[in-house]
Design a binder for this molecule. Structure first.
Ligand code: HEM
Length: 433
């Protein structure tokens, strides 16, 4: 729908959805006006606000001075030095997963990536003592995401109405909260600084000396747990799907990994020597941006490109559409990591590529996610090729994030140490709509 609106009506479009008046903005410069120049004139969109019973006043959903204070408190946990210290955990967990992989085994790559990124976020957020809870939390989070992504229900049925779905959501939230509050109180009692994100948040102090309450910590940790694993997992799942269809790119990736790493595990320092690997992730985030669209509500009247924008109106922007706009990208539907070589980024408008949003509400986990995706890709692709299972439908589902509706079914093929090479049938036709 967004693609068609942009094609038929251009860079700024007014649409009414039931009673809501919305503006869809489709030009990078106008998107910059919304996210950067006029950022204070907006709140987050209706779907995120309707999910506040899940995220509370966490970073993703809070507003105004409260959000700014929390962002300042949380920011040190995402400083470069902290984030790079997680690199070895990311590689170690990926290698541990690979130990369980069998040559010739068929599986859903998306499930595997979800399991892996959840373990990584749990380890880097809470440290190892919660490993046993990770799987249960993962299942609950997945269910919450699935239920929260039903836009019609989320927008039109208030969360306090005791429908069976709302009761289910309540139960899942209570379950996750039980675990989070237990972890928070154990950590407070021990007074340990284990160097993970939770320690950073617990010890973070505002200018006035105040620290976060348990409720604030609950809201931030549930937000980071959710925002921090599904997005990266989906990015990797789309990457496997794209690599599976583009043997030329896959071969070039393997060549770079073999030349730089020579079979060993990647470290943070190696990433600077793996530009093609980084470009594979950048290009994958262009074509399949895990955050496929952003939404805002206007809280102060103003104008965009001369059009009046009134309080209460919705404003939407879609990475999915802008990232595939032929004005900025040649052969926009093609997976071409090479396009990012040299200074290509400087030749396109700032908001022609914005997988992590922009302005003050830009993704706080941006560097974390890019490093994690590159390290996981490098670690796995050194050892395994993921062959797409022919005729399995890989269908993008535009829920809160963009994920493959039926997963990405693959056959795991060891790149070394197996005599039996598995070749896909010549007519390997994949479907995507
Ligand atoms: C490929 C992976 C990721 C993508 C594509 C992504 C994308 C985004 C986008 C587009 C936003 C802005 C939303 C808006 O403006 O409405 C955002 C915000 C956010 N992301 Fe990410 N994200 C990713 C990974 C992560 C990770 C790994 C974490 C944490 C560990 C994280 C935590 C957050 C938080 C807390 C916010 C809210 C920031 C604020 O408003 O202050 N994200 N993300």
């Amino acid at each position: 729908m967004f693609t068609k609106l942009a094609r038929d009506y251009g860079d700024i479009v007014g649409i009414r959805v039931v009673n809501f008046r919305n503006i869809f903005v489709n030009h990078p410069d106008l998107i910059e006006e919304v996210l950067v120049a006029n950022a204070r004139k907006y709140f987050k969109g209706r779907v995120l606000r309707a999910n506040k019973h899940v995220f509370g006043e966490g970073l993703l959903t809070s507003e105004g001075d409260f959000w700014l204070r929390q962002r300042r408190l949380a920011q040190p946990a995402f400083h470069r030095a902290r984030v790079t210290s997680y690199a070895s955990t990311m590689v170690e967990y990926t290698e541990r997963l690979l130990e369980t992989w069998q040559h010739g085994e068929e599986c859903d790559a998306h499930q595997r990536m979800m399991q892996l990124t959840l373990q990584i976020v749990a380890k880097t957020l809470f440290d190892a003592d919660v490993a046993r809870d990770t799987q249960d939390v993962g299942k609950s989070l997945e269910l919450l995401l699935e239920l929260g992504a039903n836009f019609r229900r989320t927008l039109f049925v208030p969360h306090w109405v005791p429908t069976p779905t709302n009761l289910r959501i309540k139960r899942e939230i209570a379950f996750i909260e039980g675990i989070l509050y237990r972890i928070i109180s154990e950590r407070r009692a021990s007074g340990r600084d284990t160097g993970d994100l939770l320690s950073m948040l617990l010890h973070a102090q505002d200018e006035d000396g105040s620290r976060m309450t348990d409720k604030q910590l609950r809201d931030e940790t549930i937000t980071l747990f959710l925002a921090g694993h599904e997005t990266t997992a989906s990015t990797l799942s789309w990457t496997w799907w794209l690599l599976g269809q583009n043997p030329r790119v896959e071969a070039k990736l393997h060549a770079e990994l073999d030349a730089v790493l020579g079979g060993g595990p990647p470290s943070f320092d190696d990433l600077a020597k793996l530009p093609y690997t980084a470009n594979v992730i950048t290009e994958s985030l262009r074509l399949y941006p895990a955050a496929w669209g952003l939404a805002r509500i206007v809280v102060e009247d103003h104008e965009i490109a001369g059009y009046p924008v009134r309080k209460g109106m919705g404003v939407a922007m879609a990475q999915w559409v802008v990232h595939r706009d032929p004005r900025w990208y040649k052969s926009p539907e093609e997976f071409l990591p090479e396009r990012w070589e040299g200074d290509f980024l400087k030749t396109i408008p700032r908001f022609a590529y914005f997988p992590f949003g922009g302005g003050p509400r830009q993704c706080i986990g941006n560097s974390f996610a890019q490093m994690e995706a590159a390290l996981i890709l490098a670690t796995i692709a050194q050892k395994f090729r993921l062959r797409l299972v022919p005729n399995h439908p890989v269908v993008p589902l535009a829920s809160i994030t963009l994920r493959p509706r039926h997963g990405v079914r693959v056959v795991l093929e060891s790149r070394h140490g197996s005599s039996a090479e598995i070749r896909p049938p010549a007519d390997q036709a994949m479907t995507a709509d």
